[in-house]
Ligand binder design. Structure first.
Ligand SMILES: [Zn+2]
Length: 414
């Protein structure tokens, strides 16, 4: 089974996702074939790149030699021979590249066949047709896909989809993604400026969100100066004034930065502050920026599409099993008439986003139509339980037991 990872790449799901021993074996079998293709692809790619570069050099050399001959002169026998040899070499090289490509294609199609052979292809049984059909649904799906591409920085693909599928996405909703990607791209290239000015413009909001992004960016800017050696010492001292607003919150980190100044002349590389120069600082800042910028813009850190697909893939084996059991016992309707699965599919903590409330009286999970209700004594039970316990306009809390009016109970939102 393949899933899209956070960067939009296709990845093979870990074998643990599949429940039976047979599944694990077939996953390994397919993975082996994929590894083989990948290694073959690399070898052929390396060889072809080298051969093409050689041939281009050769052609350029001949072109150069021939350009020195005056135009009215005819080619000598040796030169004609050289030309025909060159043509043969070009033809051989392109022929070999085509043959390699054909061979690779064969291996790739073997992988496709292995996947078809080893994995369930028909997931239609776990799908509800009305989820993706209808007037608005296709457009909604396209919107989600577009947003995914924008999020991953694949702006041209997103734009192409908008154009070709006629997706209705307001420019305003694209801008945050564009800006975030532009800043992230700059950060990856070691350019702090766009991120610094973004953090400066949003400093109040970041502070309200308890984000330390601005400090971390300035810290990295200081480290960049530190890299510059003794020549940058005066600039570093001047820049250190920018840390003043962060003095109480980041005292220790600022002390460390100041301490590193002592080693500017003898070399920070061989000092207790060498860790400041490590590349991990840059990877960290990209993570912090993505997390804090997403929080500020009201976006989730991971693309909802990636998350949805990954969660779906994780749940598939269980869903297929449930469906099988339901078909055998002929009780298919327990699934189709509710927005809820008949059993809980545990996807692990990373896929849990909301607190859930289970009524202590009826032992049911709350829903929109049966929400948790807070009684005036502070105890919470579900609305159905409240209605069952109510006697006219009176209800006795099953826990404390304070007598009260059911109308005083308030809906609780998680
Ligand atoms: Zn109570």
């Amino acid at each position: 089974m393949h899933v899209l990872d956070a960067t939009g790449n296709l990845q093979l799901l870990p074998a643990s996702v599949f429940c039976t021993e047979r599944c694990t074996r077939t996953t390994e079998d397919t993975k082996e074939k994929i590894d083989k293709v990948l290694s073959k692809f690399k070898t052929i790619s390396d060889q072809t790149t080298k051969q093409l570069a050689d041939v281009i050099d050769y052609v350029e050399k001949i072109q150069n030699d021939l350009s020195n001959i005056p135009e009215e002169n005819e080619l000598s026998v040796a030169q004609s021979l050289m030309l025909s040899q060159c043509m043969k070499k070009v033809k051989d090289t392109s022929g070999k590249a085509a043959a390699d490509h054909k061979e690779l294609h064969g291996s790739v199609s073997k992988v496709g066949k292995a996947i078809d052979r080893n994995f369930t292809q028909d997931f239609g049984v776990v799908n509800k047709d009305e989820t993706f059909c209808g007037l608005d649904q296709p457009d909604l799906v396209n919107q989600v896909i577009c947003q995914h591409f924008f999020r991953q920085g694949m702006l041209d693909i997103g734009e192409a989809l908008i154009r070709e599928a006629g997706v209705d996405i307001a420019d305003k909703s694209k801008e945050p993604f564009f800006e975030m990607n532009r800043i992230l791209e700059a950060l990856k290239n070691g350019d702090l400026q766009p991120a610094l000015s973004w953090a400066y413009d949003n400093r109040q909001l970041l502070r309200d969100n308890h984000s330390s992004l601005q400090f971390k960016l300035q810290r990295l800017q200081f480290i960049q100066l530190l890299r510059g050696g003794p020549g940058k010492q005066a600039e570093m001292l001047a820049y250190a004034r920018n840390f003043e607003p962060f003095a109480t919150q980041h005292e220790k980190e600022i002390q460390q930065l100041m301490g590193s100044l002592l080693y500017v002349n003898s070399g920070v590389d061989n000092s207790p502050y060498a860790h400041l120069l490590q590349p991990i600082q840059w990877a960290d800042i990209c993570d912090v920026f993505t997390r804090d910028a997403c929080a500020l813009l009201g976006l989730s850190i991971e693309s909802p599409l990636t998350l949805g697909i990954n969660a779906g893939c994780k749940a598939l084996p269980a869903l297929l099993n449930i469906k099988q059991v339901m078909l055998q016992r002929q009780c298919t309707d327990v699934w189709s008439n509710k927005d809820e699965l008949p059993v809980e599919v545990n996807l692990g903590a990373e896929y849990r986003f909301h607190s859930i409330f289970a009524c202590p009286i009826l032992r049911q999970q709350s829903t929109d139509s049966n929400p948790p209700m807070r009684l005036i004594c502070g105890h919470i039970i579900s609305r159905d339980a409240l209605n069952k316990l109510a006697n006219g306009n009176k209800v006795k809390c099953p826990y404390c037991p304070v007598e009260q009016s059911p109308t005083d109970a308030k809906v609780v939102y998680f």
